[in-house]
Design a protein around this ligand. Structure first.
Ligand code: SF4
Ligand code: SF4
Length: 312
């Protein structure tokens, strides 16, 4: 018998469509501490250089929101144990933010807490995460450092940049509400290694080597940059993919021809003088005219393509 078609629900479709229409482009201003533990530096560089627009389904966007909603619940739960939990920075009244590398690297803590039952006098960076059943089982078996190295790296950066010596990792199994907690000790050498990695990615003018040149490698198959990295797909046009831009101080970027700092909205818009960073074009550079503002490439199919040359 042929499979029955899935039931069609206009309500569900409308809910999910609303998530998609409200979603942003996924271009973070900075390189996120939550991602720095990712093994592939090339993928991190692509993130930082806004090569690939995020395109998540409404279902995935709602799932991300589930994780965010759980944070408030964890704060309430921890307070009921007697802990003092600061989910915002008392000095700013906003989320705790940490930054490094001239403001190009950083992230937001879920909370800071003291009065944790296992070590009541020690301030802890709090990191709250939701897991599916198999991820939760692995976490329980292996611990956060081995099971979730990205989360471990994120906490190391937060501890290093806040000066706290411990982190509290609290996780929930979304299937059954089972909870897991682990106290993580600051590892200065690891934090410095991660900061050096961030600095290397931010200052790189070209995409670094990736984890594999094999498009079927397991990490590549799950990577949202796969089409750009392995298939020659063209990248987004904005200041971050333009060879005239450089990260500057205070998290800003500078454009060399106009010698001016660019704010985020300007970076997203780019301008008609945009020229792609040559490594982001799937072809060989064959000619260029700096005065005319163009670069010519021979593409993989043998055709010629001229980048730029538009009036400013
Ligand atoms: S496709 Fe693979 S090599 Fe390329 S950026 Fe992604 S993980 Fe790295
Ligand atoms: S030339 Fe235009 S697109 Fe390139 S960095 Fe300057 S403002 Fe941005």
């Amino acid at each position: 018998m042929a499979p029955l078609p899935k039931p069609h629900s206009p309500t569900v479709e409308a809910i999910l469509a609303a998530y998609e229409s409200d979603s942003r482009d996924g271009f973070r201003p900075h390189l996120g501490a939550s991602l720095i533990g990712k093994e592939c530096e090339r993928a991190l560089w692509f993130d930082f250089r806004w090569t690939t627009r995020s395109q998540f389904s409404g279902r995935m966007l709602r799932l991300f929101e589930t994780g965010q909603l759980e944070e408030n619940r964890f704060v309430r739960n921890l307070r009921r144990t007697g802990a003092t939990v600061l989910d915002v920075d008392p000095q700013t009244g906003r989320q705790w933010r940490v930054a490094a590398c001239d403001g190009h690297f950083g992230g937001s803590l879920d909370a800071a807490a003291v009065g944790i039952l296992e070590a009541p006098k020690t301030w802890h960076v709090c990191e709250f995460k939701t897991h599916n059943a198999s991820s939760f089982a692995e976490l329980r078996k292996e611990g956060v450092k081995k099971a979730k190295p990205q989360h471990y790296a994120q906490m190391q950066i937060y501890m290093h940049l806040t000066g706290m010596s411990r982190a509290l990792y609290l996780a929930v199994n979304k299937d059954c509400d089972d909870l897991y907690s682990e106290r993580v000790r600051a590892d200065e050498a690891e934090a410095l290694r991660l900061l050096a990695k961030a600095e290397r990615i931010i200052r790189a003018e070209r995409p670094p080597m990736g984890v594999s040149v094999d498009p079927s490698w397991y990490q590549c198959r799950m990577c949202n940059h796969h089409p750009v990295c392995h298939e020659g797909q063209s990248v987004e046009r904005n200041c971050r993919t333009c060879l005239h831009s450089t990260p500057a101080q205070h998290g800003l970027w500078v454009c060399s021809p106009i010698e001016r700092l660019l704010v985020i909205d300007e970076q997203k818009a780019g301008c008609t003088a945009h020229l792609f960073i040559p490594d982001l074009v799937a072809g060989e550079q064959v000619d260029a005219d700096p005065k005319g503002g163009w670069v010519e490439y021979r593409l993989r199919d043998g055709s010629l393509w001229r980048d730029g040359g538009m009036p400013c």
